[in-house]
Write a protein that binds this ligand. Structure first.
Ligand code: AMP
Ligand code: ZN
Length: 509
């Protein structure tokens, strides 16, 4: 059975049933992280909403094909990765430095996904592996009169695309034709011809192109990767609300301009995570990472639940009280699960047996219907969870009076499995109330220039091997390599101590 699901489509501003292009299959494209730093928990809110949506479709009986890109070339990545290079560094060195930074933070990002039980997308293309597709798409736009080269850069001609503004609902009157914008991020009132290919600048890694050396703009990256991996028609495209303009507006102009028809049926956007009323962002410096939460003793799955128990289209203020409340709710569901896994003998007969008994299997079906009614209505998770909590209260009370039979208990466990396949927070053998992931357990080592995506604690052996590699580098007077190893260990929380007698010790920061 396939259950229908409706979502709010930013394009039409309506909650609409999602009708897949191919029966039973939903193709989803997600704008992935810009990997120049740790993802903050605001970013993670967006990735959690996407995971919930994807899992809801799967649990509703659809097959999902999910593509999420990795943005590994972009203004901020270049700024941060090139800062320490000499002005005359080679292009190879520039690409190498950019890749070292993006590899490192891609690995940390994958750890975050694992820790929060976010399903790995079927495809995770990297922008730098798709420069050829981006150039081909730009060429196509030039041939259609929708883009033009100017001083080594290429710009999109807004005047050539009458639908421009359809997603962000812009007033075309106010747009400045002829003027162009070179940066990737700008405001709605600056809607202008935007850059597709950026001419080479000193201090930046570059690729060759028919328009001269340079690099892609951010917006063309997602159009090229989305079309390459999911094709000419996509069911759903997602991101946070800040991507509506200009990023997604520009993706529509690029892809639909080239294709000559609609590219994406539903554009679905998640609301922001705030801190003390302000949007959480790296530029404001008011952010936490998942590692910060771990250090404070919170489980990533508690965070997952705290986010997912709120509706994805409502602004959410992050607070530690919110995390504590999530912890308590999870305790209740997990305790109920353990109770249903048991045989009920201990509780039976303890309650008011004179009360009219309820019929557990009927209550269960009511709860399942209420759960799906809420999920089908634009992923209304607060109501879906309320259906579970009502069931818990009713069945706990009933089980106190007359123990549910094994069959009834198994049917309830089946419902808990079904709902956990979406929320992924109350699996079989749930921890009593402790951690699914121990602090420090998620750790990616970027050592010796190699990303070691272990998922394990950085082992003592591994640290000592790195200490030896550093000593060897020092013996060869390769100070740069020795410093790099020391700095990388430091970034992972390991501080080296150079003793007077030449031995090297270490401790955790
Ligand atoms: P970035 O790595 O900056 O490209 O962002 C990754 C995703 O996080 C994008 O979909 C953004 O829209 C989203 N995002 C950024 N800040 C927040 C926030 N404070 N709350 C929720 N989502 C956010
Ligand atoms: Zn994108």
């Amino acid at each position: 059975m396939i259950r229908p699901i409706s979502l709010f489509n930013t394009l039409t501003r309506k909650v609409e049933p999602v009708v897949p292009l191919a029966p039973g299959l939903i193709k989803i494209y997600t704008c992935g992280p810009t990997v120049y730093n740790f993802a903050h928990i605001g970013n993670l809110r967006t990735f959690l909403f996407q995971d919930l949506m994807k899992r809801a479709f799967q649990a509703a009986g659809y097959q999902v094909r999910h593509c999420m890109n990795i943005t590994d070339v972009e203004d901020k990545i270049i700024r941060d990765s090139q800062a320490d290079l000499a002005p005359d560094a080679t292009n190879e060195a520039r690409h190498g430095a950019m890749q070292a930074l993006t590899n490192k933070y891609t690995a940390f990002f994958l750890d975050d996904l694992d820790a929060m039980r976010i399903q790995k997308p079927d495809e995770m293309p990297r922008a730098t592996d798709h420069i050829g597709q981006m150039k081909a798409l730009i060429q196509q736009l030039i041939e259609k009169g929708l883009a033009y080269a100017s001083e080594g850069s290429v710009y999109y001609r807004l005047a050539g695309f009458p639908h421009y503004g359809c997603l962000a609902h812009l007033d075309r009157e106010g747009m400045q034709s002829g003027a162009s914008v070179d940066v990737d991020e700008y405001e709605k009132d600056q809607a202008q011809d935007f850059v597709l290919w950026k001419a080479a600048k000193a201090g930046e890694p570059i690729w060759n192109s028919p328009w001269g050396p340079g690099r892609p703009g951010w917006h063309i990256e997602c159009s090229a990767m989305g079309m390459e991996h999911l094709g000419d028609r996509i069911d759903i495209h997602t991101g946070g609300v800040d991507l509506i303009f200009p990023h997604h507006e520009n993706e529509i102009a690029q892809s639909e301009g080239a294709l000559g028809h609609q590219w994406v049926n539903a554009w679905v956007h998640g609301e922001f995570l705030m801190v003390e009323g302000e949007k959480m962002s790296k530029s404001l410096g008011n952010f936490y990472t998942l590692r910060d939460l771990l250090e404070k003793g919170y489980d990533p799955i508690t965070f997952r639940y705290a986010i997912q128990s709120n509706h994805y289209r409502k602004l959410l203020n992050f607070s530690f009280e919110g995390l504590k409340a999530a912890e308590n709710s999870l305790k209740r569901i997990r305790a109920f699960r353990r109770r249903m896994e048991g045989d009920g003998a201990a509780q039976a007969g303890g309650g008011d047996t004179w009360q009219e008994a309820i019929e557990p299997s009927k209550r269960l079906e009511e709860a399942r219907a209420a759960f799906w009614l809420a999920m089908a209505d634009d992923l209304n998770t607060p109501e879906a969870l309320a259906a579970i909590f009502t069931l818990i209260s009713d069945l706990n009370a009933q089980d106190d009076r007359i123990a549910l039979t094994r069959e009834e208990r198994d049917a309830v466990l089946g419902f808990l499995d079904e709902t956990d396949s979406i929320f992924s927070a109350w699996p079989h053998q749930s921890p009593e109330d402790g951690h699914a992931v121990a602090p420090g357990q998620i750790l990616t080592a970027v050592l010796g220039g190699v990303v070691v995506h272990t998922g394990d604690v950085l082992s003592k052996d591994r640290i000592e091997a790195e200490v030896r590699a550093r000593s060897a580098a020092k013996a060869e007077k390769n100070w740069a390599e020795a410093d790099r190893i020391r700095d990388e260990l430091k970034a992972l929380g390991i501080v080296l101590e150079d003793h007077k007698d030449g031995t090297v010790g270490w401790h955790k920061a």
